[in-house]
Design a protein around this ligand. Structure first.
Ligand code: HEM
Ligand code: SF4
Length: 778
């Protein structure tokens, strides 16, 4: 059957006919095939699972409630949709979804921005959302509009292929590459070569999970964030024996955020520019061949590198590299590099214009970066929560045409930069931005908060990351101008769950969503993560210090900032202060503002930010004695929280052996607490706790996470097996993180069971159904 015979709708046929000639033939084939798949799926000819992976590889994601259920605070309700079809796994065909639009290295022309603005208006909710990996997402789209969207994007040089799914995701790079004063050289053309070479490449089609690549022009600035990537390339130069300079890269593998963080490992400190694609390809082949395929939670390259050790991994890759048949594309791209040299649209300026406009001066301070090209600046257009409306986007495209030559880029902090702005034009540009309300100051500051989609649209969201971020931004903005610089320049990043899409581990102050049982009610919380480092390519990860109710966080932040300012030594960074003070003292000092009032005293704590529903309230009456109902399980979990906190403190003092022992002990407390639901006499002996917990929670799958399955349970089993062993710092740190996650999972398990979600004969699937949620793909 020819793809051309299968057109999904009259509108699709119109765009297909109009644009076919303007689309790169390979991309055209991808889109035609996808359209065919849509038609076949509707005719019942494609298996659900297969269609799900197919659409994901074209960037079409699921979205919250797309299983046709929504919890109204008391019970799960059915959302009626016109058809019974689904777009697999178990997402309703007509339910709104999300489309991720891949922008390699964040590059975007005015025309491309206009097209995305139109698509957002016609097919979505008129909002373009810039993501933490330089993509733009549209939400609330219908799957059948995808082929038209894809054709309209492809006609202006954008593909969505491999924006999601088990493939090479968007290749990211410093948004100021080429204009940066610190870079070794402009990495833009190289980032584009990596993207173009790997897109649809047969060697990257058989991964167990996603693969993220980032390039950075230097080591110490944060822009590329190579440390948190599966593969990271940092520009480096070498002097050759003949005196010439050779370009190349430091080559890193196996970094990553997510539930358990990994620092990238140095594979080699120099791979020459003409070898970098070959080595990247060999790395991908080794990942495809040896990487985990069945257990999703172990299927990232970070686990493979950690399991093999970097030396063995390197050996395997170099062996693979030696076997690769030569490909001219490995070096062909070098001749195209000059194409990426940007030009200015206007003559160089002579310094920032002098005005009497204090707001402009302040904006220059936070949003204007003087480029290495004299007389030009890069301007950051701050987008609260990464959002820009279609109208604003069209306005911004016109402004870009007026002042620069299409030299715009998205950033991982969810903003857009305009490069090569003549300094003389800065004030006019500022005033033009003000007409579309895009002139807000505060780029890369405490008000420029990063947030993942969270419970707004993400199926895995636990708490409202965007709600919290918006609230914090509003409150902090009122004090921003007067703030001490030490506080003003801190970064806040928020994720709706432990998956870390909002990159909270590399913020000074980070949060990820969790929930807690308070007096029989489920209350939205966030774990606070302090002291992460954005600089040095996301060089150091923060550590979780404790859970705080969502509604208590603004007050907690005020107090935290106040503590820092009043107690820091002269010139002491936030991270250094956190380390010196210790988390125990910090959490203790926050104590009174983090208390959760009883339900009857203040119900607002029981509703999440930006929500009108009570947060998944357990349908339970108040006990007759009017006291709080605290079970032995709650006590056990509390003990586990406390112990793991102690473990962190030990770790911070450098005593990671004791830290690891305490972390394991904390896991035992949590497991014991759970067992007490059934057997209050369970002894303290770790062997007995494990045996009882295994029988009651593991074998029955009661402990299994609805989305992550047995993953967290296995952390405990693993810790139990290796208890008492000598661990190096890295292994001890991992054990600590795993203990935190296991304890978090124990809290969730307790919540599920207290809500009456028990195992049915269908196992975990029945639980998920009862909870009204569905597993999501990353
Ligand atoms: C197992 C599930 C998931 C894991 C482990 C995961 C992990 C991550 C991590 C670590 C990042 C950002 C850091 C980076 O690599 O640069 C990220 C990015 C992101 N994630 Fe997730 N994620 C998961 C599922 C989801 C889901 C279900 C959604 C919501 C639809 C989502 C939305 C995002 C977004 C919007 C970004 C920025 C993305 C981009 O442009 O690629 N993630 N994810
Ligand atoms: S961190 Fe969690 S809630 Fe946020 S987008 Fe990722 S998976 Fe969804």
């Amino acid at each position: 059957m020819k793809a051309l015979d299968l057109v999904s709708s009259p509108a699709a046929a119109y765009w297909k006919q109009l644009l076919s000639d303007r689309v790169n033939p390979k991309w055209r084939e991808d889109i035609d095939n996808f359209e065919t798949d849509i038609v076949l799926k509707k005719r019942g000819k494609i298996e659900d699972k297969l269609f799900a992976e197919t659409r994901l590889r074209m960037g079409a994601y699921g979205q919250r409630y797309d299983n046709g259920h929504r919890h109204d605070g008391n019970e799960s309700r059915t959302i009626p949709f016109p058809t019974d079809l689904n777009k697999g796994p178990e997402t309703k065909w007509d339910a709104p979804g999300m489309e991720r639009i891949k922008l390699p290295w964040g590059g975007m022309t005015a025309q491309q921005l206009e097209v995305i603005a139109e698509l957002a208006e016609e097919y979505s909710d008129s909002i373009l959302h810039v993501t933490t990996r330089q993509d733009i997402q549209l939400h609330y789209i219908h799957i059948e509009n995808c082929p038209s969207m894809f054709r309209r994007l492809a006609a202006v040089g954008i593909t969505t292929r491999e924006a999601c799914g088990n493939s090479v995701r968007n290749v990211t790079a410093c948004p100021i590459a080429g204009v940066c004063r610190d870079e070794a050289f402009d990495i833009t053309g190289y980032a584009n070569a990596v993207f173009a070479y790997l897109l649809g490449h047969p060697d990257v089609q058989d991964f167990g999970r996603k693969f993220k690549i980032a390039l950075s022009g230097c080591k110490h600035n944060p822009c590329g964030l190579t440390n948190i990537h599966d593969l990271g390339l940092i520009a480096a130069v070498r002097r050759q024996p003949d005196g010439s300079i050779k370009r190349g890269f430091e080559f890193y593998v196996g970094g990553g955020l997510g539930a358990v963080t990994y620092d990238a490992k140095l594979f080699t400190d120099f791979v020459a520019e003409d070898e970098v694609l070959a080595l990247t390809q060999a790395t991908c082949r080794v990942f495809a061949r040896l990487g985990e395929k069945k257990k999703r939670h172990r299927a990232r390259i970070k686990f493979l590198v950690a399991d093999m050790g970097i030396d063995k991994f390197r050996e395997a890759v170099l062996e693979e590299r030696a076997k690769l048949p030569a490909d001219p594309r490995w070096t062909d791209f070098l001749a195209t590099l000059p194409k990426f040299d940007e030009k200015a649209a206007r003559p160089a300026g002579k310094g920032i214009p002098k005005t009497n406009d204090a707001a402009f001066d302040f904006w220059c301070l936070t949003n204007v970066y003087p480029q290495k090209q004299d007389g030009f600046a890069t301007v950051t257009v701050t987008l609260p929560m990464g959002d820009i409306t279609s109208n604003q986007a069209r306005g911004l495209a016109s402004i870009a045409r007026k002042y620069i030559q299409d030299t715009m880029r998205t950033t991982v902090e969810q903003n857009i930069v305009l490069r090569f702005v003549s300094e003389s034009d800065l004030y006019d540009l500022y005033k033009d931005l003000a007409t579309i309300d895009l002139h807000q100051a505060g780029a890369a500051s405490i008000v420029d908060i990063t947030a993942c989609p969270g419970t707004d649209t993400c199926k895995l969201g636990v708490s409202s990351s965007r709600g919290l971020a918006a609230e914090l931004r509003t409150r902090l903005a009122t004090k921003f101008v007067q703030m001490d610089e030490a506080v003003r320049n801190l970064r806040i990043k928020v994720s709706g769950c432990f998956n870390s899409c909002g990159q909270q581990h590399i913020a000074d102050i980070g949060f990820f969503g969790i929930s807690r049982n308070v007096g029989g009610y489920i209350v939205p919380h966030f774990q606070m993560v302090l002291g992460g480092q954005f600089a040095n390519n996301g060089g150091t990860y923060g550590l979780a210090v404790g859970g705080i109710a969502s509604k208590a966080i603004p007050a907690a932040i005020d107090k935290l900032l106040d503590l820092y300012l009043t107690r820091k030594n002269k010139g002491e960074t936030f991270r250094a202060w956190v380390e010196r003070t210790g988390k125990a003292v910090i959490m203790q000092s926050l104590g009174d503002v983090t208390a959760v009032p009883a339900y009857d005293a203040d119900k607002s704590f029981y509703t999440d930010w930006g929500s009108v529903r009570e947060y998944n309230v357990k349908d339970k009456g108040i006990g007759e004695c009017a006291g709080e109902v605290v079970s032995l399980t709650d006590f056990g979990l509390k003990a586990a929280d406390r112990e793991v906190f102690e473990a962190q403190l030990k770790f911070d003092t450098g005593d990671w052996q004791t830290g690891a022992a305490l972390a394991y002990k904390a896991m035992v407390y949590a497991a014991q607490g759970l067992v007490k639901m059934y057997n209050i006499d369970v002894p303290d002996d770790p062997e007995k706790v494990m045996a009882e917990w295994k029988e009651r929670f593991y074998d029955t799958q009661k402990f299994f996470d609805p989305f992550a399955g047995p993953r967290f349970a296995q952390f405990y089993i693993h810790a139990h097996e290796q208890r008492g062993a000598q661990l190096d710092k890295e292994k001890a740190s991992r054990l600590l993180q795993e203990a935190l996650l296991f304890i978090e999972a124990a809290h969730s398990c307790n919540l599920r069971l207290s809500m009456g979600i028990e195992k049915g004969k269908d196992g975990i699937a029945a639980d998920i159904k009862a909870a009204g949620a569905k597993p999501a793909k990353a």
